[in-house]
Ligand binder design. Structure first.
Ligand SMILES: Cc1cc2nc3c(=O)[nH]c(=O)nc-3n(C[C@H](O)[C@H](O)[C@H](O)COP(=O)(O)OP(=O)(O)OC[C@H]3O[C@@H](n4cnc5c(N)ncnc54)[C@H](O)[C@@H]3O)c2cc1C
Length: 276
């Protein structure tokens, strides 16, 4: 049960959604955008999150799009993970999000909800980092299209809504690997997830679970592609370049995470070699 009352809106346009947020804000009310709702409901039930106004974005056509237009794949922020998997329009994305939660939850969890999650994992962003995806955001004024990593690293400004993710379609069928290791079962938060893609003979890699944030690193990729080193040297030296402290929590100690990362990176390089 949720122990507080809130007003629920389901706008049918971007301007209505953003306008509803602004009106609530001006009235001193706390508003949130709501997509799959799984995170909001979990936190609201335990009083870790409150809202006076909940704005459901699933009635907005732009947020529900999933199609190729010209040479771009457009993915609406309110598209569910299951729909993305079943579409097979971007196999690396499909295989990566297929390991998030269980099937019933994936029917509700949306890609925009995953990217804006308060949890540290946000595994859905890894394929987008590898293909330099862009994001469309709506807020005050006209909609903007910016690099997705810039949007998510800086965080959306108050009242801004992630509308869509845009991917250059030529990247969607490149050779890839995506490997997730959890503590026990197939379903669970990652100890380590590594997604990789090969473009112009260069391997790109993105990581979740290892640091407090998902990331892609130029320095790590430079090392992993340095064929003057042995595979083991590349993996060990790449791990020394992590961009932040390694997570230590109930799922895994820092030492165990590093051990798993070494194995997953080795498996990733082998898988990418086998793709050739
Ligand atoms: C059983 C279970 C297992 C999970 N396992 C994993 C896992 O293995 N890996 C992983 O990465 N995650 C995992 N998650 C986390 C999940 O991906 C996030 O909680 C995600 O936020 C849920 O998406 P949603 O659409 O339900 O979000 P919602 O609850 O609707 O929203 C979550 C947050 O994002 C904001 N938001 C949503 N859409 C937008 C938008 N378009 N623009 C701006 N802000 C927006 C909301 O305001 C809210 O703050 C798991 C969740 C569950 C329930």
């Amino acid at each position: 049960m949720i122990a507080f009352d809130f007003d629920y809106y389901k706008p049918s346009s971007l301007s209505e959604a953003v306008g509803t947020y602004q009106l609530a804000d001006q009235a001193g009310k706390q508003a949130i955008f709501y997509a799959g709702g799984t995170e909001f409901i979990t936190f609201a039930r335990t009083n870790k999150k409150r809202a006076d106004v909940v704005i459901d974005i699933k009635g907005i056509p732009e947020c529900m799009m999933l199609e190729v237009i010209g040479d771009e794949l457009i993915i609406g922020a309110a598209v569910s993970l299951t729909t993305i998997v079943e579409s097979n329009l971007f196999p690396l994305l499909g295989e990566t999000v297929q390991r998030i939660a269980d099937h019933t939850s994936r029917n509700k969890i949306t890609i925009g909800g995953n990217l804006n999650s308060h949890f540290i994992y946000r595994e859905g962003i890894l394929p987008f980092l590898l293909v330099n995806a862009k994001g469309m955001i709506a807020g005050k004024g006209k909609e903007k299209i910016l690099p997705l990593d810039q949007i998510l690293n800086g965080g959306l400004a108050k009242g801004e809504l992630l509308v869509q993710i845009h991917v250059d379609q030529s990247y969607t069928n490149l050779p890839f690997s995506t490997i997730k290791r959890t503590r026990m079962s197939k379903v669970g938060y990652p100890i380590v997830t590594v997604a990789a893609l090969e473009k112009d003979n260069q391997i790109r890699t993105a990581f979740s679970g290892i640091c407090e944030f998902p990331f892609r690193s130029d320095e790590i990729e430079k090392l992993l592609n340095d064929l003057s080193l042995t595979q083991e040297e590349r993996v060990i030296q790449a791990i020394a370049l992590l961009p932040g402290p390694v997570v230590q929590d109930i799922h895994a100690s820092t030492a165990y995470r590093l051990f798993v990362l070494k194995n997953v990176l080795t498996d990733t390089l082998n898988a990418m070699e086998a793709n050739k």
